[in-house]
Design a protein. Structure first.
Length: 202
């Protein structure tokens, strides 16, 4: 069974493929289709944007399609960058510039007020156009400087709760165990396994 991952973020794609290892499932991404135009993320919530991405790519190929929309919510910044996480410092979606901007906004903020969380919505669109939606969150704090080179996006400046390192210092497997995306994907993996077992929908 083929499932299309509606993302162009390689960091995400790697994490999704690791989490959704189901023997009957062949995971495809944009490279398998010779690229596709990115859907405009014009929704007002993570869920709306995840639905836009999954429905757009589903309507192009007619295959079961999964999309992720995620973001970093910083309490001191009233939830920013939030839904604008990927393009916080400008339309080019440069992760280095996004982190520099966030670090500058958090300069001098004491550790007790640096709480933040990653949040993720995963949407699956079935051939019948029915949708399944799962969510996950990961609590933590914003570090004062970058540390580590793994993961993607804001990982070098995010310290997961209970850890003494940044998210970028964890392996893909270790990140998936605690991350917002890992939690949402494990719930979705169960949905997919049930659909395969009942031979309905996928
Ligand atoms: P696609 O839409 O093509 O999937 P994207 O990067 O544009 O890729 P989003 O619109 O969901 O994806 O934006 C999510 C942004 O939030 C992402 O670019 C990062 O800046 C940040 N982010 C989300 N999950 C993250 C994670 O696990 N680690 C670090 N940063 C993350």
């Amino acid at each position: 069974m083929r499932l299309v991952i509606a993302s162009k973020n390689m960091g995400k794609i790697i994490e999704i493929k690791k989490c959704l290892e189901v023997p009957e499932l062949m995971l495809l991404d944009y490279k398998d289709f010779g690229d596709w135009p990115e859907p405009a993320e014009i929704g007002e919530t993570l869920e709306e944007n995840a639905i836009i991405k999954a429905v757009t790519i589903h309507s192009q190929f007619g295959l079961p399609t999964l999309a992720d929309d995620s973001g970093l919510m910083v309490d001191y910044l009233n939830g920013r960058p939030g839904i604008k996480s990927s393009r916080y410092a400008g339309p080019d979606g440069d992760a280095e510039r996004n982190m520099e901007l966030l670090l500058s906004e958090m300069k001098g903020v004491p550790s007790a007020r640096r709480s933040a969380r990653f949040s993720c919505k995963v949407v699956l669109v079935l051939p019948t156009r029915e949708q399944r939606i799962t969510s996950g969150e990961c609590e933590g704090t914003i570090l004062c400087r970058k540390s580590g080179s793994g993961g993607f996006g804001y990982d070098p400046i995010f310290r997961p709760a209970g850890y003494d390192c940044s998210m970028a210092e964890l392996s893909v497997e270790a990140k998936n165990i605690i991350s917002h995306r890992g939690k949402a994907l494990r719930a979705m993996k169960k949905v997919i396994e049930d659909l395969i077992k009942s031979r309905s929908g996928l």
